[in-house]
Design a protein around this ligand. Structure first.
Ligand SMILES: Cc1cc2nc3c(=O)[nH]c(=O)nc-3n(C[C@H](O)[C@H](O)[C@H](O)COP(=O)(O)OP(=O)(O)OC[C@H]3O[C@@H](n4cnc5c(N)ncnc54)[C@H](O)[C@@H]3O)c2cc1C
Length: 231
């Protein structure tokens, strides 16, 4: 858990796509979630009631921070089952209060090219990076979603549609789009898919560890806390 624990108040709940809930959180503590310019993929830790009644922690990206308000936006995927994060997003209503910790983030890492890849859960981080990167570097971004209705109007993203049960094409897209020369790779996806991307980058492309930011955002069949984000 990233300390200290702060309190957010749900101001608005939006549905940018059928399977995504955007929670706009306010309250004075939200000023703390504004991260330094150029930081990549800032995130926070929601503290939610767990299945056993005890508090559990779930990690979500800070899609946008508006420090003057202060407000933040968090885009949460609704996935099958009654898991704490997804259930919280589905039931959230204005006025709800939630404890959160953070922010955590990757420091600004200038690179001549960026390759961004992720599934639905990494769309908020990739959208944040695309919005905040300084002009100049070449950028390629791939996001795999379960349905065409899950796409957002972000021109820089190349969308891959993966219907439920179909194999992922994300690692293949990364392989095919690999640019010549120095780059930073940022990826977030289910652990097996992240592993394939990481293995390609490190073993086949010799990408140095500090240029390879590939995280296991979730792991099939395991709740958060039951696996490591990094290999
Ligand atoms: C740095 C970081 C940033 C992240 N940012 C975001 C974000 O902005 N938005 C977002 O939605 N997620 C994000 N995630 C992923 C999110 O933390 C996980 O999906 C988390 O497991 C959701 O918690 P839960 O309580 O819903 O499910 P859990 O209780 O953790 O898991 C319960 C079950 O649901 C399955 N499951 C979990 N997530 C999914 C999914 N997306 N699809 C299908 N099955 C799933 C698990 O395999 C498990 O079997 C991020 C993760 C990291 C590490």
């Amino acid at each position: 858990m990233i300390r200290p624990v702060r309190e957010g108040i749900v101001l608005r709940v939006e549905a940018p796509t059928p399977r995504l809930r955007r929670l706009v959180l306010g309250g004075p503590d939200m000023a703390a979630f504004h991260t330094p310019e150029g930081t990549l993929g800032p995130y926070l830790k929601l503290r939610l009631p767990g299945p056993d009644g005890r508090a559990c922690v779930r990690t979500y990206s800070i899609r946008r921070a508006r420090p003057a308000a202060p407000e933040i936006e968090v885009d949460m995927v609704l996935h099958p089952g009654d898991a704490p994060g997804s259930a919280f997003a589905a039931a959230a209503r204005p006025g709800d209060r939630v404890s959160l910790g953070g922010p955590g983030f990757m420091p600004a890492t200038p690179a001549p090219a960026y390759l961004l890849a992720g599934d639905h859960t990494a769309l908020p981080a990739i959208a944040q990076i695309l919005e905040t990167l300084p002009p100049g570097p070449a950028v390629a971004a791939f996001v795999e979603v379960p349905d065409a209705s899950e796409r957002l109007p972000i021109p820089a993203i190349e969308w891959l549609i993966r219907p439920d049960g179909a194999p992922s094409r994300l690692a293949e897209a990364v392989r095919d789009a690999w640019p010549a020369g120095d780059l930073l790779l940022f990826a977030g996806a289910e652990a097996e898919i992240a592993r394939a991307i990481r293995r390609h980058a490190r073993s086949e492309r010799d990408l140095p560890a500090e240029r390879c930011q590939v995280l296991n955002y979730w792991k099939l069949g395991r709740p958060e806390g039951g696996f490591s984000y990094v290999a």
